[in-house]
Write a protein that binds this ligand. Structure first.
Ligand code: APR
Length: 296
């Protein structure tokens, strides 16, 4: 009541024309505020959504079907729609693995037993290797990994569609659109694996052979089913011209062995797995390790 009394005297001396001007001024200033808020969308540390993302994903989807017709028909525009639904109008730092649940369902695939090849710190070599042989499949060779490998995306809270200006970097916030996606995809890949699961590690890398916070340790190993997986076989591969910092009997590998066995999985290890070393030798045929009588 007292508010009504206090406000009345201010307005009772205003003519209708002044009232209208006042209302218009208030409306105009709130429109300017909203516009400024839109223009001030948060700036993240990572690059923005990859340009032409929709065309790239739909194109890769059709490309994958042409490469592997045995995997059945995929709904390529449906996959794009599931990606949009997972991230748009959401804070890119609050995207969970659960947000990608429907995307995972439409892209689901059966992983043949004994074909899974996981990796840590061997991104280039492992993919050169799976290109050279049909014997193994990395996550990036599966349908989901093939579609999204190397791409960036995030939505933004204020508008529909993607944010092409900036997206959170991998470690910028815990539940960001990119790391949550790869954790979801890695977990699904590990859960779907069976038989012998192979893991390519870098014996020449500095420090831990597989980082404590790596996807291999934090997502893939915990998601493997010991009933379906007969063995986890680690390959420790040195750079052909690099140092031999780690091998199967190094402390770092023993730590990993206990970690794997702690998840009730059988562990084995091989140094410089010969078929991978043969691939390295294609680039360095004269290296001593490539002498047919000397390589292990
Ligand atoms: N910062 C930036 N990128 C990261 C980070 C991080 N902290 N962690 C992971 N990534 C992303 C990057 O894209 C990087 O190239 O994961 C990639 C591999 O990181 P590694 O330490 O080499 O390995 P790991 O974390 O174990 O991930 C590889 O996960 O992708 C799956 O199946 C795949 O087994 C493989 C494993």
């Amino acid at each position: 009541m007292s508010w009504y009394r206090a406000s009345r005297p201010v307005t009772k001396h205003l003519c209708p024309g002044s009232m209208l001007t006042l209302v218009l001024m208030v409306l105009a200033s709130s429109a300017v505020d909203a516009g400024q808020q839109k223009n001030q969308a948060k700036k993240y540390k990572g690059p923005g959504t990859t340009l032409n993302l929709r065309n790239i994903i739909v194109g890769r989807c059709y490309h994958y079907m042409s490469l592997y017709p045995g995997n059945g028909d995929k709904n390529c525009s449906g996959i794009w729609q599931e990606l949009i639904d997972a991230v748009q109008r959401k804070d890119p730092c609050k995207i969970t693995q659960e947000d990608y649940k429907n995307l995972a369902l439409v892209a689901a695939q059966t992983i043949p037993c004994d074909k899974t090849l996981l990796w840590s710190r061997t991104n280039d070599l492992v993919h050169r290797y799976t290109k050279a042989t049909a014997d193994f499949i990395t996550l990036e060779d599966t349908f989901l990994g093939f579609l999204f490998n190397g791409l960036m995306w995030c939505g933004n809270t204020l508008r529909p569609g993607m944010n092409y200006k900036s997206c959170p970097a991998w470690n910028e916030c815990e539940h960001n659109s990119i790391s949550s996606f790869w954790k979801m995809a890695s977990a699904a890949f590990a859960r779907g694996s069976c038989g012998v699961v192979n893991v390519m590690l870098n014996g020449s890398a500095d420090g831990d052979i597989a980082r404590i916070e790596s996807i291999l340790r934090t997502v893939e190993i915990p998601n493997m089913d010991p009933i379906k997986i007969s063995e986890v076989k680690v390959w420790v591969i040195d750079d052909i011209q690099g140092e031999d910092r780690n091998s199967c009997n190094s402390k770092s590998l023993l730590d990993l062995k206990y970690y794997i066995e702690g998840h009730k999985l059988k562990y084995s290890c091989v140094d410089n797995y010969r078929p991978v070393q043969a691939l390295q030798c294609a680039d360095h045929p004269d290296h001593a390790a490539c002498n047919r009588c000397s390589y292990q």
